[in-house]
Design a protein around this ligand. Sequence first.
Ligand code: GRF
Length: 192
Amino acid sequence: MEKLYGKKINTAVFISGRGSNLKSLIKYNRKKNSPILIKLVISNNADAKGLTIANKSKIIKYIINLNNKNFEKKLLKKLFYHKINLICLAGFMKILSKNFIKKFNKPILNIHPSLLPKYKGLNTHNRVIKNKEKYSGATVHFVSSKLDSGKIILQKKIKVSKYENKKTLQKKILKIEHKLYPKAIKKILINL
Ligand code: GRF
């Protein structure tokens, strides 16, 4: 790890909305000992709240139009231009193609608000509550072309109380997400 600290990994964070994980990753990237340097924030949504966070931190933003059938090609160009070596998906609502993953050819990570492989996809917290699960949590995993299915890097489990609703569970899990993502990044970068 020592060696990597001197040489930060150029990172792009992909978002679609609120950007609370982006915020926590920016905070992490500012730490002296952080192995990452966030160079780009990519959003498919021009109104994403997360973009204001990128603005404040003076990070280059790039809005992509998913309706453009060449969007992945354009995006790859941008990522190569900025010498990006790590992608962190943080609430990015689009599945990247097998071709994109292959061509990028460097680690792509995602954070998901459940104990994968359980509860892949959307509406996680509602389904967890409906099924009266005793535990839920968050998972950071490598991205593959199958939704929420790549190799798991780290997971954190929490108890779901009897009185939990979607809002309280989401709040609880987001809080642990913000700690888990930096931890997972640190874990994989040790092995690069
Ligand atoms: C998080 O719950 C994350 O696990 C999921 O999307 C949500 C994004 O939230 N993939 P935010 O935009 O980082 O606040």
